[in-house]
Every structure is written in structure tokens, then in C-alpha cells.
Write a new protein. Structure first.
Lengths: 110, 887
């Protein structure tokens, strides 16, 4: 299955890590949160979200835990691990560097 | 440590994914179900339209599985699952169609077994010839005088001490081979012994199996060492039946008792013989020994040579005679010596031939895979239609190829392991003693494994890609009819490549056979029929004076000639023997002699040597038996020497002096005749006979009475009346009548020393390879033609129904094959001629020979015609009505 190109490669990972850095969430809630925080701009399809979550879990950056959801159903909640937090900081720094560079390219006068 | 923590979590997750699959799957399903329910609820809260409801339902029904797949892929263990199911599928396929699997495995196993076996031999002979620690840094010290031959640098006891201390060296050791007679039982036995300095075994890293190895304390420099012996494993097994109580027992060697202190592994027996003894190094006698040094790791050869240069110049100042005045020190690596041996190119060539055989096998398996793929197009099309990706199908097909190769490799390693020991028996001693050490061990097995990987890529990738494309095509065409034909350009190329390789192999085989025939026909200079030779070593402590030794040798000759099986017999001293065995290299003086002519071979032989071997005399006479007894200063020279030294003069009556003569005296091993000065008068000229092997040009040679300098190793030359092998018992009896304590080392017949065995061995191996290659290539051709006819049955049927002549149909089958075969022949001939110039430096110079090439092509044409026509005839026997109805 190929990944949809609706988000810049690797950006989804960063967004997930960032969102989970605030509080543990289940997969559906992560999608909702991203939509909400981005002002309804970033709509992540479940075809991208869940594979990304499983990949991050395999890499040991987030861990899953089965808990009751708000409506009292069993759901898998993801939270950031210690190495996940380190990875988040690293990716944030990378992002800053790259986006600053892109900005410099786009606005050469500044 | 967060990285450790993370690593542990990752590992536990992977393990869970692999081994608790049901649980993981259930979790995944639960997680996604929860997601869809939440989604549905959200839709409901927004006011669910019937349209939206259907979307949600459809996503649950169809999207769920795809999403699950994507998640599984993301977990990174999916490929293992896939591989397991691929393997299961491949095994099932082979069970359904064992004919294919068996022939593919057999074809590849033949090639892999041949390559692996020869690799094992090359590994033992060339890559790792010595079982020692740091073997690639062991070197002999050589001295290069400004002119003349290279000399081995021998050292005295004091010099050895200094040499060991050299800064660029790990150390130095001396190993002197001896033959000793083992007494103390009913029959005397000849054992090979190595006398070593006390540090040798430790320096070489030799560890005992039981007991201990001797140390410096056991072999002091100066005083006579204690009589202790270390055994090598095979001798321990033979003599003591592998009993541990051998330690402490005594061996009678040349009548002296030696106490056994340890046993070392079998791998050392080739270099160290049966028993290892401490070397007596009495510094007072001025005796010298050739030393072997080990250069320190990281030190360059040049640096070590520079230090040794200074050291040996120092040695040369303190002893004036034995070393040349000026010289350059050179270190000659033992492994280079071994790799420079004449049999190495022969083995390399055979290895290359086995690789060609394997290549043909690969081409064959490719053809088989393609042909089989053709039948599987419908199956693959169905897989495609069900959503399998192209890469997934390629992986499935590759997995089948891999399985075939793996099975072939396992079979090949087992076969090589089982067969190698008995095949090594057939390898002639002259090719490589070290070949006997070859085993299918870790090196050979990892070689076979890498071969398997290469073979899979060569034979598997292309068919997998092509067949998966056929499947895709079939889906797009909307019919499961077969894809493109096997008889296409691809298999044409394969056939051409196979034919080309077979031409090269056959040309090589033909060239080897021709070389062998030439060798048989080469002038031997004597009559080798029913000749046998045997080596006899005297014990060191008997016959130690010249008169005693002469008397004994004469008695030996008399006893041997009394046997009725003996037509005629004589003796010579090692290294002289029947042609083409070499003599001893010597520098001579003679009146008006040019420097270039000083170097001749001297052969110490008895007067009846020439009569026994039937070597014709060109002029003059041979000395008499009484000249032998008196060690008269007379000589017979060969025609080359007569021509070189005295081109326009009569050589009879000329006088020459052997400069090395005084140096030969080396009691108790070599005893010079009393009062001899090394001057010899030429009394006869004998016809040329090869004296440096069968391939080298004949060197000037001088035959002198063997009694002039009596060594302790004598060669018995016998022309028997009947089969020489049958005479062995009588000859042993005769020798034991002369001295009952004397063992005979071994009997050799001319097949060995004439180089015939080597030629026969090479020819036999190449014949085998060539035959198998021919068989494989015709099998490949046969399959291609059969499959292409099966494929085109419908087309032929239509053409026949429309009135085409059967001959026309047949011709259209043969046309494409003929082009491929023709191309292959052309390529093969070109390659053979090109390779000829490369191989000339090796052993087989006749690959470009027109008659050899013509023979190879002739055989190929006949075989390929048969392999094509037999299946092609089926095309003409098609009954159009039946064939068309069957479609």
C-alpha cells in the first residue's frame, strides 16, 4: 500500500509526536485533534494515520496501552516514550531548520 | 539508558508480532473497529445521511482489510510472514511437479559440487597451504650473489641465536627433515622425522592433542638434547592405536631410544612427518642449517630484509668460506613458494572449468523456470487479478528459485563431503601433496553458500521478472492464454551462451588430451617399460665409513640382481634417478671454459645404469664396475654438454672438475671417496634424455660413478621381467637379505615421475566436465525445442490444416534454434582462440589448435542436431483435427 502524499513525508510523524507530547490519545482522537488544532486544514486519512502509529510504536517512540475511552469503550491509547520525546525535540529542531531554509528561499529579500 | 530501554521495547514488540500473532491481530482489529465506530458516531451526531452511512459501511467492509495490511507492513514483520507462506507454496508446487524440481536440483548440484570440491582443494593448496600461526609471514632467507644461482642462507648455532633476536622478526626456527628407521617390532619401518629447534613448535602455534610439545629446555643449543619425541596424530594412531598411554613409551629410531612426550594434530603431519625430534645443534662442528623466519606483523618485507642484510654481512665477516663475498638478502615467503608451484595453474584452470559447468547449469535452470512459468501464466494472472502486486509475485517466484538452489547446495555439499576423500586418492602426488588436506570445512561451506546466492540471482531473477510480466499481460488481455513464447530471443541467448561455454570446455578437454598424447610420445631418452624404482635410506648410525658403505651398496645390488623377476638392475644416488628426474646442480672447471657454461647437472650413478635403462651411448664408453668400486675419476656426459662445452672438438679425454665436490663431504650423511679431488675425465657421451622434467629443455649433464660421494639415500632402479607391481615382494625380500633392518620407502613407476599421471588426471577431470556440460547443453536445447513446439501446437495445426507441408513447419522450428546454435559456436570458437593465449602460460597450449576446435564443433553439431530433431519431429506428427479441438 502506497502512502498518500497529503502530507510532507515525515511531517505526519512529527505531528503525531507533538500531539501525543501533550497527553495520551487514541488513534481516532489524534486525527480529530490534528483537524481541530490546524483549523480544519490537516485532515489525516486513517490509511496514513494507523500505519504511521504502528511504525512509531515499532520504533519505540510511542507506546500503546488499552484503556477505557470517554464513552467507556476499550480503546488503544498512545503515549510518548522517553526516547520518543527525544525524537520529538530532534525533529522539531530539524523542522525549524528546514522551514527557515525554505522561507529564505521563498523570500530572498528578507 | 533510554536507548537500551527503547531497544528492549522494540525487540519485545517484534517478538510479539511474530509469535503472538493472534493476539496482535485481535488488537489491530479492535483498534480499527473502535476507530470506525467513533467515526460512525460522529457522522450520526452530525446528522447521518443515508449516503454517508453507506460510505461508512463500505469503508468498514472493504477498507478495513487494506488498512490492516498497511498497519502490518508498518510493523515491519510482514515480509517474514510472506516468506513463510511463499516457502510453503513453493514446496507444494514442487510436490505437484517433482520432475522439474529434481532435474533443476541435480543440474545445479553437479555444478556446485564440482566448484566447491575444487575450491576446497585450492583452499588447501593455495589459499591456506600451512596450518601454522602467522603462516603468511613465514619466509626462507635466501642469498643472491651478483651472479650465479640463489643460495639458501644457512646459519651456525651462534648465528641462529643472533637471528632469533632480530628486531623485525617474531623469531626463527629450523626444521630438518630426516628419514629414520623405526625398530623394536618384527619389521623395520621407515618413518619421516622432522628435527626442529626447541622454539619451533611454540612459534608455529602447534598445540598438543595429548601430552606436551617440546620447548627450549628440551632442545638446548649446544649440548646434545634429551631424546624426546612428539608424534603426529596419524602415526600415533598407526603405532599406538591412539592409546593415551603412548606418552612415556619409547621409540627405537635408528637404534636409539626416544621417549614420547606428546601428540600433535594430524594437519601437521604433511610438513612435520611422523615424529618431531629436538634438533641437536652442536656449535663446535661449524655445521649450518637453513632457517625459516617469521616477520613481525606490520613490518614490511623490505625492512626485515634490510635488517637481515646487516646481520648476514656480519656473519659473512666472521666465517669466510661458506658465504659468498657479496650478496643481497631476500626473504622468500613460504606461501609464495607454495603458490608458485607448477600445479597451481593446473588446479586454477580446473576450478575455472568447474565454474563454467555451473554457469551452464544456471542457464539450464533459467530455461526450465521460463518454460514452467509459461504453464503457470493462468495461475499468476489469477493472483494478479486478486490484488497481488507485481513485486509480491516476483518474490514468490524468486522464492521457488531460491529453494531449488538451497536444496542443490545442501545436496552438493553433502556429495562433495562424501566423495572428496576418495577423489583425492586419485589426485596424483605430483599435482599436490597438500591437496590431501582438502576438506569440506567452514571455508568450503561458506563458499558454497555464496555460490548459492550468486546462482539464485543468475538463474532466478530474470525468469521471475519475465513470468510475472506474462501474468500481468494475461490479465490486461482479459484471457488466461499463455504469454510470449519460450523460444523467444531470451532463450535463444541462453542457448547460444551454453553452446559457447561447451565449445570452450570441449576445446580445453581436447587440448588436454592432445598435450597428454604429446607427452606420451615425447622422447624419454630411455625405455620406461617395466621399470620401477624404490628409495632406500640408510640408518644414520650404520655404514658410516666409505668402504663399509660401498660394500653394502654392492651387496644390495648383488642381492637384487639375483631375483628372477629382475631383468636388470642398477642404483643411483638421490636426486638422480631415471629421466626426467634431475641431478645435482654443480659448478665446474675445465680448460678454456666460459662462465656461462659452468653450471651443469651431476648425476651419481652406477656403471650399469645406462644398460639397465637402455640409454644409448653416442660415443666413447661407459666406465666399468671395477671403476665404481675404486671411485675412479671418470665421467660420461650427455650430448648437450658435449655440444655446449666442446662444440667442434672430441669431448673424450677432456678433464672437468666439480667445484662443489669437497663441500659434498658431510658425514655421516655424505662420505666422499678417500683421496678424491673432484676431477673427472670424460670417457663417453650418452644420448640426450630429459633431465629437468618432461617440459623443460635438457640441461648439460655429467654422470659420475656413484661411489665418488656416497650419500645415505639410494635409488634402486629395476627393469622387471613381468609386471613391476607384482615384483614388489621379491624386491623387498632381496633388500632384507642385504640388511634385515632396512625398510624400503616406496615403489614408484614411470607413470608418476614422467608427468603422465598429471596429464591423465587433468584430462580425466576435463573429460568429465566436458561430458556433463555437453549433456546439460543438449538437455537445455531439448527443453527449449519441446516447449516451443508445445506452445505453437495450435499455430502448426492451423498451418497444416491450411495445407502447409510438414517440412516447412519443421524448418520454422529449426530456424530459430539454428541461429542460436550458430551464434554460440561462433562465440565459443572466438573465446577458445582468445583464451589460448592466456592458457599457453599455464599447462594447456593447444586450445586454438584447428583440429581440436574442429573436433569440438563436430561433436557439438551432432549432439545439438539430435537434441533438436528428436523433439522437433513431434511438430510434424501433429494431427490438425485433434490438436485444434483440444485447444
Amino acid at each position: 500500500m502506497s502512502k498518500p502524499a497529503d502530507l510532507l513525508q515525515g511531517t505526519l510523524d512529527l505531528l503525531i509526536l507533538k500531539v501525543l507530547g501533550l497527553e495520551p490519545l487514541n488513534g481516532w482522537a489524534i486525527g480529530q485533534r490534528l483537524l481541530q488544532v490546524s483549523g480544519e486544514v490537516l485532515q489525516v486519512s486513517d490509511g496514513s494515520l494507523y500505519p504511521a502509529l504502528h511504525k512509531l510504536e515499532q520504533k519505540g517512540w510511542i507506546q500503546g496501552e488499552w484503556r477505557a475511552s470517554e464513552n467507556n469503550r476499550r480503546a488503544k491509547f498512545y503515549s510518548l516514550t522517553r526516547s520518543g520525546r527525544k525524537q520529538l525535540n530532534k525533529e522539531m529542531a530539524d523542522w525549524d531548520r528546514v522551514s527557515a531554509a525554505i522561507m529564505r528561499v521563498l523570500t530572498p529579500e528578507a | 539508558m533510554s536507548s537500551l530501554e527503547r531497544w528492549l521495547r522494540v525487540v519485545s514488540l517484534r517478538v510479539r508480532s511474530l509469535f503472538m500473532k493472534n493476539r496482535v491481530e485481535q488488537d489491530l482489529a479492535d483498534e480499527l473497529t473502535f476507530h470506525f465506530e467513533q467515526e460512525a458516531q460522529r457522522q450520526r451526531e452530525r446528522g447521518l445521511s443515508p449516503e454517508a452511512a453507506r460510505v461508512v459501511v463500505r469503508r468498514q467492509a472493504y477498507g478495513l482489510e487494506a488498512l490492516k495490511d498497511a498497519c502490518r507492513d508498518a510493523r515491519g514483520v510482514q515480509w517474514i510472514d510472506d516468506a513463510v507462506s511463499d516457502i510453503r507454496h513453493a514446496v507444494r508446487t514442487f510436490q505437484r511437479n517433482p520432475g522439474f524440481a529434481i532435474s533443476a536440483v541435480l543440474i545445479l548440484a553437479t555444478g556446485i559440487a564440482a566448484s566447491t570440491g575444487l575450491f576446497a582443494v585450492l583452499d588447501a593448496v593455495v589459499l591456506h597451504p600451512f596450518p601454522y600461526a602467522g603462516a603468511d609471514r613465514l619466509a626462507r632467507v635466501q642469498l643472491l650473489p651478483p651472479s650465479g644461482p640463489v643460495r639458501r642462507a644457512s646459519v651456525t648455532a651462534d648465528e641462529f641465536r643472533a637471528l632469533r633476536q632480530a628486531l623485525t622478526l617474531d623469531g626463527a626456527y629450523i626444521r630438518e627433515p630426516f628419514t629414520k628407521t623405526l625398530g623394536g617390532s618384527a619389521f623395520p619401518e621407515s618413518v619421516s622425522a622432522a628435527s626442529c629447534t626447541g622454539n619451533a613448535l611454540a612459534l608455529l602455534g602447534v598445540q598438543p592433542v595429548i601430552g606436551r610439545v617440546f620447548t627450549e629446555a628440551d632442545a638446548p643449543i649446544g649440548p646434545d638434547p634429551p631424546r624426546v619425541a612428539v608424534l603426529t596424530y596419524p602415526f600415533w594412531q598407526r603405532r599406538f592405536a591412539g592409546q593415551p598411554n603412548a606418552i612415556g613409551q619409547t621409540l627405537q629410531l635408528d637404534g636409539e631410544p626416544f621417549t614420547v612426550i606428546g601428540v600433535v594434530p594430524a594437519e601437521y603431519s604433511l610438513d612435520l612427518g611422523d615424529v618431531i625430534l629436538p634438533l641437536p645443534m652442536n656449535g663446535d662442528t661449524g655445521a649450518t642449517w637453513p632457517a625459516v623466519v617469521r616477520v613481525r606483523t606490520g613490518i614490511s618485507m623490505a625492512a626485515a630484509e634490510a635488517e637481515l642484510q646487516m646481520l648476514f654481512e656480519q656473519f659473512a665477516r666472521s666465517r669466510d668460506k661458506a658465504l659468498p663475498r657479496t650478496f643481497r638478502v631476500r626473504l622468500r615467503l613460504l606461501v609464495d613458494e607454495e603458490r608458485g608451484a607448477s600445479h597451481v595453474p593446473v588446479l586454477t584452470m580446473l576450478f575455472a572449468a568447474s565454474a563454467l559447468l555451473l554457469l551452464i547449469g544456471c542457464a539450464n535452470v533459467t530455461i526450465l523456470l521460463l518454460a514452467r512459468g509459461q504453464h503457470r501464466v493462468p495461475e499468476i494472472a489469477v493472483r494478479h487479478a486478486l490484488g497481488a502486486t507485481r513485486s509480491r509475485i516476483v518474490r514468490l517466484l524468486l522464492c521457488e528459485a531460491l529453494l531449488v538452489t538451497l536444496a542443490a547446495t545442501v545436496a552438493a555439499v553433502m556429495a562433495a563431503r562424501y566423495l572428496l576423500p576418495s577423489l583425492l586418492e586419485l589426485v596424483p602426488v605430483v599435482i599436490a601433496q597438500r591437496a590431501g588436506r582438502s576438506v569440506i570445512g567452514p571455508n568450503a561451506i561458506s563458499f558454497a553458500a555464496s555460490l548459492a546466492a550468486v546462482v539464485t540471482v543468475i538463474s532466478g531473477v530474470w525468469p521471475a521478472v519475465v513470468v510475472s510480466r506474462w501474468g500481468g499481460d494475461a490479465v490486461r488481455r482479459g484471457s488466461a492464454a499463455r504469454g510470449s513464447s519460450v523460444g523467444s530471443v531470451g532463450s535463444g541467448v541462453l542457448i547460444a551462451a551454453q553452446i559457447a561455454i561447451v565449445v570452450v570446455l570441449l576445446a580445453g578437454t581436447g587440448a588436454a588430451m592432445r598435450a597428454l598424447v604429446n607427452l606420451y610420445r615425447a622422447p624419454t631418452g630411455y625405455d620406461p617399460t617395466r621399470v620401477t624404482i624404490a628409495q632406500i635410506h640408510l640408518p644414520t648410525n650404520r655404514y658410516t665409513t666409505w668402504p663399509e658403505r660401498v660394500a653394502f651398496y654392492e651387496r644390495l645390488r648383488a642381492e637384487v640382481s639375483r631375483e628372477t623377476v629382475v631383468e636388470r638392475s642398477s642404483i643411483s644416488l638421490i636426486p638422480a634417478g631415471p629421466p626426467p628426474l634431475s641431478g645435482m646442480s654443480a659448478q665446474i672447471d675445465a680448460q678454456g671454459l666460459r662462465d656461462a657454461d659452468r653450471e651443469v647437472l651431476t648425476l651419481s650413478v652406477a656403471s650399469d645404469y645406462f644398460a639397465t635403462l637402455k640409454m644409448p651411448l653416442a660415443r666413447g664408453r661407459v666406465w666399468s664396475a671395477s671403476d665404481d668400486a675404486r671411485a675412479e675419476g671418470v665421467a660420461v656426459i650427455n650430448e648437450t654438454m658435449a655440444r655446449q662445452l666442446w662444440p667442434n672438438e672430441d669431448p673424450i679425454g677432456k678433464r672437468v672438475r666439480d667445484r662443489s665436490f669437497p663441500e659434498r663431504q658431510n658425514p655421516p650423511w655424505v662420505l666422499n671417496a678417500p683421496g678424491r679431488d673432484g676431477w673427472f675425465e670424460v670417457v663417453g657421451v650418452v644420448r640426450d634424455a630429459p633431465n629437468r622434467g618432461m617440459r623443460e629443455p635438457i640441461a648439460p649433464a655429467m654422470y659420475i660413478p656413484y661411489t665418488a660421494a656416497l650419500s645415505d639415500v639410494v635409488v634402486l632402479l629395476v627393469r622387471t621381467r613381468g609386471n613391476p607391481f607384482a615384483a614388489e615382494r621379491e624386491l623387498r625380500t632381496a633388500v632384507s637379505r642385504a640388511d634385515a633392518s632396512l625398510p624400503i620407502i616406496r615403489f614408484i613407476t614411470p607413470e608418476t615421475f614422467m608427468g603422465w599421471q598429471q596429464g591423465e588426471f587433468v584430462t580425466a577431470v576435463l573429460l568429465g566436465f566436458g561430458g556433463v556440460a555437453l549433456l546439460l547443453a543438449s538437455f537445455g536445447l531439448f527443453s527449449v525445442v519441446s516447449y516451443s513446439i508445445a506452445h505453437r501446437t495450435r499455430e502448426f495445426a492451423i498451418r497444416l490444416a491450411l495445407g502447409a507441408a510438414r517440412g516447412t513447419v519443421l524448418r520454422s522450428v529449426l530456424q530459430s534454434v539454428a541461429i542460436a546454435v550458430g551464434l554460440g559456436l561462433g562465440l565459443g570458437l572466438t573465446l577458445s582462440i582468445a583464451l589460448n593465449s592466456v592458457l599457453t602460460r599455464w599447462s594447456i597450449p593447444n586450445m586454438g589448435d584447428p583440429s581440436v576446435l574442429a573436433a569440438a564443433v563436430g561433436i557439438l553439431v551432432v549432439v545439438t542436431l539430435a537434441a533438436t530433431l528428436i523433439p522437433a519431429r513431434r511438430a510434424t506428427s501433429i494431427e490438425p483435427a485433434i490438436a485444434l479441438r483440444a485447444e
